[in-house]
Design a protein around this ligand. Structure first.
Ligand code: GLY
Length: 353
């Protein structure tokens, strides 16, 4: 997989002009959602004017990350003269960058694309690393492809108008990057005041966080080994998201990941000796900022069955990424049912539910 250019922009408009100039193209297309069409596109209009870009607006929520929306994008590309030499720009959160990236990867066997993430989650995770896709058959990201963007342009100015819940949600992926990198980065993340956000400091942390992900993706772009480090917190997190979906409770992805981290740090402590003090400090930060996902012992079987069906598993064995310590990653770990139920007990005890 070719290496993608990731830029932490000082001047998004001029970064976009140079990124476009690096991709010779016949026509320019831009995908926005209802929010970025209104709030972000006007800031970039002059960079896109020379090319007379054709805009495709799609629905903003994860429920729209489906084959129907993808078909409308393919249709718009077809009807407006796109070729494999056209260029697509995805301006939005993870839904737009995942679906738009997949549209670009598949249209006429692949066209160039540029991601401009507008949410914290998309900046530090979704838009970087070449994973693209859509939800299918009730399963998240079930259909997709590895296809890196030509450029990812990150402008943290967008974060100033992002709501608190979406900042907190994206921050969970940053916390994960702290846990899999260095004690210094982890400690800095834990000392960040989420209730009184210093946006300049956040910009620096975003840059460091993206670097952690880029370093890992560069070593293992197709997730055969060390890229699994990025799945920390996600085996349990995805089960929490699926339970929430089943019970019509709305839970943002990053919140589920943060609660999943609590569980998987417990397993890390139990199975590979992750230090108790660092586990406790991380749990306290999550309790303070993410609240609690409530469930009781009657829901353990359902959570367990969601985990059994996780697409990261092989031969029906639940796959976990655990940590021996901060930055000491232990991939391809598993746990039996009894231990997993004990982990749920631990979570509920910690979170008072
Ligand atoms: N979101 C995890 C990854 O990109 O591998």
């Amino acid at each position: 997989m070719s290496r993608q250019e990731v830029i932490l922009c000082h001047d998004l408009k001029s970064s976009l002009e140079s990124a476009i100039a690096k991709c010779p193209h016949d026509r320019l297309f831009i995908i926005t959602d209802e929010h970025t069409h209104q709030l972000c596109l006007p800031l970039l209009q002059s960079a896109l004017l020379t090319d007379d870009a054709f805009e495709i607006v799609i629905g903003a929520e994860d429920v729209n990350k489906n084959i129907e929306t993808l078909t409308t994008v393919w249709q718009a590309l077809c009807e407006n003269g796109a070729t494999r030499h056209s260029l697509l720009i995805n301006l939005g959160g993870g839904m737009v960058t995942d679906l738009g990236g997949f549209a670009a990867a598949t249209f006429k066997r692949g066209m160039s694309y540029i991601n401009i993430p507008s949410t914290l989650l998309a900046m530090v995770d979704a838009s970087v690393g070449g994973k693209t896709g859509i939800n299918f058959n009730g399963l998240k990201n079930e259909i997709g492809a590895f296809a890196p963007a030509n450029s990812v342009l990150i402008d943290t100015l967008f974060l100033r108008s992002l709501d608190h819940e979406n900042i907190v949600s994206g921050y969970a992926e940053m916390l994960k990057h702290g846990l899999i990198s260095t004690t210094k980065h982890w400690a800095e993340l834990l000392s960040f005041d989420m209730h009184n956000i210093d946006y300049n400091h956040l910009r620096t942390l975003v840059g460091q966080s993206v670097q952690v992900k880029e370093d890992i993706v560069e070593q293992d772009p197709f997730e055969h080994g060390i890229r699994k480090a990025l799945n920390l917190g996600h085996t349990v997190g995805h089960a929490f998201e699926s339970l929430a979906l089943l019970e019509s409770r709305s839970v943002l992805h990053g919140y589920a990941v943060a609660w999943g981290v609590i569980c998987e740090l417990y397993l890390s402590h139990l199975k590979v000796g992750f230090p108790k003090d660092k586990m406790r400090q991380t749990i306290q930060f999550i309790k303070d900022n993410y609240g609690t996902f409530f469930f009781d012992c009657k829901q353990y079987e359902t959570l367990y069955s969601f985990m059994l069906h996780d697409k990261k598993n092989q031969s029906g064995i639940i796959n976990f990424t655990l940590l021996e310590d901060i930055g000491k990653i232990s991939i391809n770990q598993t746990a039996d049912k009894e231990t997993i139920f004990e982990m749920f007990d631990f979570y509920r005890e910690c979170m008072g539910c």
